[in-house]
Design a protein around this ligand. Structure first.
Ligand code: ADP
Ligand code: MG
Length: 672
């Protein structure tokens, strides 16, 4: 719409253009949507006597005298100006500022903005910004100044000028981007006003109104986009699967279900029995025992002759689920289908014929070749690893689209509202009895020797340990050297034990061999990349070391840690890091203080922002620039109600037109 290049603005030459390109600014539109990071409010002018020490503000003063002075004389260009306002005197100091000496005159009236140092009856300002009382830009100076993100080579004032030009180029004619009914309903200001005020607020109130309007718009459009993404999953009516009793299965299990598990199973049972198809998310912290709930649901379906699938994000996890499920449901036929399954054709036949009722696997389950027979239930494990698209692909292979989503990434309530707007949520609150809190510690580099010793002792006593280091993605081609080095280091430390090595580049068969040996305690110490992040269950493993902990996100650290603490012995998690930035320190502190997934998720949201957590960026959903999910919960709720009304109230044609008009650009970018 305003796709004109910034070069068409007066005063933006090739050089400047190239520099601001680094900020992602190419067109006028880019500038318009390049909101300030923050603002400096210079509109409050106060007498010097009212400033507290260190306070920022604007002073209105008169120059009494000025001189180049100080210990270094004129050499360093220490420039001092004595001013006085209605209340008292102050000294204004500039370093390296010989050039200023001809900018002041005695008796001159000034506005100065900056930090005021106050001590007793003395006031001082260092390097304030200032403007002459009679300067034509005085009112601008005294307004709210936008602070934009900068790159080297472009000064803030330069960029402000460009932003101002870009904005004035279009503001009389920015067409409204929200339906007028919604503007009226929520008393939102027009897009034109909002954009003007988000960049150059007239006053505090103007800024607030602009932020509210733009935040609402972002949330509303995000909701529309997510509803559009989800559309194929929800609202499908299906045939009820009248669930059969599963007492026989429960009796066969080696443990008694927790109350939480029983309750969630009841909820699932109700859903299955209803004619509206199930769309339920089970949230439960790592180790809370979600798999058995899936097993029960799958057996319920099988007893009625329906097939069900369980999709896991990794082969190892799929294999583990398969083994677990096979133990208790072999009567109904259980099959495993992953990328490395040998006789795929044979499995396809068994699935298509309905010989197997429970199918477990990875993405391989989605492939066109796989044809299901009366597929009645789709379970996805570790949901955060899948896109909505993959889940949909699976659901569409079924007849009734009953969906059970299992996630160990507890999502703050606000986020689950967004991501799973119309999904029912069950929460497994308690963990199986007897589990102890995992003791988590940050280990300083000089204390690592002690840690190795401590772990050695535990292994002497028959326990097992994980050493995890970041090769962040299984697919990451980053050289394996550092991981291998780490493996060598650990191996040297523990010459008496069998030390295994597991990483994503290994063949599935080899991975499995290593895992099996670890599970049987033939390997005592396992050095691994994050392939062990999800699912793996070895209760005898009680020690976890996470190397380079700064390279993992909070949710991931919590997931990794969940590999221990699965038995009744006290478990430990040790975090190592050589590179402690601010965020890393916060993450590590959070991990040491909490093992509550929900608390950690909240912290994660604060540290990383919602886009990454939701995994929605990969779908092309635009990020939130103004809206803040914890601060704007009220707006979020309004936006959600509005979006829902539109999706429910419009017929197909009208909805299409509406979406095209208001989020057309987003929709075209979405990977549906
Ligand atoms: P997650 O929720 O992380 O997927 P799992 O389903 O893998 O957890 O369960 C973790 C471990 O706890 C498994 O060994 C499982 O067999 C065991 N478990 C599950 N439910 C119970 C229970 N009610 N009592 C004791 N152990 C349980
Ligand atoms: Mg699990």
């Amino acid at each position: 719409m305003f796709s004109g290049t910034l070069k068409s603005l007066k005063g933006v030459g090739d050089k400047t253009y190239e520099k601001i390109n680094k900020l992602g600014l190419f067109t006028i539109q880019d500038c318009i949507y390049n909101y300030p990071r923050t603002y400096v409010d210079r509109s409050v002018v106060k007498p010097l006597s009212e400033f507290m020490d260190g306070e920022f503000g604007t002073v209105h003063g008169i120059v009494q005298s000025f001189n180049l002075a100080g210990r270094y004389g004129g050499q360093k260009g220490l420039f001092k100006v004595q001013i006085v306002d209605s209340s008292m005197k102050a000294e204004v100091v500039f370093f390296n500022a010989r050039y200023l000496s001809d900018q002041f005159s005695v008796g001159q009236e000034l506005y100065l903005y900056g930090q005021v140092k106050a001590s007793g009856s003395k006031r001082a300002m260092f390097h304030p910004e200032f403007i002459d009382f009679h300067h034509k830009d005085r009112d601008l100076f005294l307004g709210i100044k936008p602070i934009y993100a900068l790159t080297s080579g472009v000064s803030l004032n330069e960029l402000i000028k460009i932003q101002r030009k870009a904005l004035s180029f279009v503001t009389p004619e920015i067409p409204e981007t929200l339906p007028s009914e919604l503007l009226m309903k929520h008393q939102l200001i027009s897009i034109d006003m909002a954009l003007k005020n988000i960049h150059f607020p007239e006053d505090e109130a103007g800024l607030r109104l602009a932020q509210r309007r733009l935040a609402y718009e972002e949330l509303f459009k995000l909701q529309l986009a997510l509803f559009a993404l989800k559309r194929k999953v929800g609202d499908v009516s299906g045939t009820a699967i009248e669930p059969m009793p599963v007492e026989d299965l429960l009796k066969a299990l080696p443990f008694k279900l927790t109350e939480s598990q029983t309750q969630v199973i009841e909820e699932v049972k109700k859903d299955l029995g209803a004619t509206k198809s199930m769309n339920r998310l089970i949230q439960g912290d790592v180790g809370s025992g979600k798999t058995v709930v899936a097993l029960v649901a799958m057996v319920m379906a099988a007893k009625q002759g329906y097939q069900s699938v369980l999709m896991a994000p990794t082969e190892i996890l799929a294999e583990q689920h398969f083994k677990f499920v096979e133990q208790y449901a072999s009567d109904y036929g259980v099959a495993l289908l992953t990328g490395s399954t040998k006789d795929k054709e044979g499995i396809y036949v068994k699935i298509a014929s309905g010989d197997v009722k429970l199918v477990i696997g990875t993405h391989a389950l989605i492939q066109d070749k796989v044809v299901y027979d009366r597929l009645g239930l789709v379970v996805t494990d570790e949901q955060h690893r899948f896109g909505v698209r993959q889940r949909n692909a699976l659901v569409q292979k079924g007849e009734m689209a009953n969906v059970l989503i299992m996630s160990a990434t507890p999502i703050p309530r606000t986020l689950s509202l967004i991501l799973y707007g119309d999904v029912d949520i069950s929460i497994i609150k308690e963990r199986p009895k007897g589990r102890k809190t995992i003791m988590t510690h940050y280990i300083k580099p000089q204390k690592r020797g002690d840690m190795y010793g401590f772990i050695g002792k535990a292994v002497d006593e028959g326990q097992q340990a994980y050493f995890v280091c970041p090769l962040v993605e299984e697919s990451e081609t980053l050289n394996l050297n550092s991981v291998e080095q780490f493996y060598e280091t650990v191996k040297k430390r523990y010459p008496r034990y069998e030390v295994g090595f597991l990483h994503g580049k290994m063949k599935a068969k080899d991975k499995e061999a290593v895992m099996r040996r670890f599970a049987k305690n033939e390997i005592q110490i396992l050095v691994a990349t994050t392939v062990i992040e999800v699912g793996i269950d070895v209760p005898n493993a009680t020690m976890m070391v996470i190397s380079d902990a700064d390279r993992f996100g909070l949710a991931q650290l919590h997931q990794l840690r969940g590999r221990v603490g699965r038995g009744e012995t006290q478990s430990y998690c040790f975090l190592l890091s050589d590179n402690l930035g601010k965020v890393a320190v916060e993450r590590i502190q959070t991990m040491c203080q909490s093992d509550d997934g929900f608390e950690i998720a909240d912290k994660d949201l604060a540290l990383r922002g919602p886009g990454e957590i939701l995994g929605i960026r990969q779908h092309g959903v635009p990020e939130l620039k103004v809206a803040n999910l914890s601060k704007n919960q009220d707006l979020l709720q309004l936006a959600q109600i509005d979006a829902k009304e539109i999706f429910n109230g419009y017929d197909e044609e009208a909805l299409k037109a509406f979406l095209n008009r208001y989020i057309g650009e987003v929709l075209r970018g979405l990977t549906l």
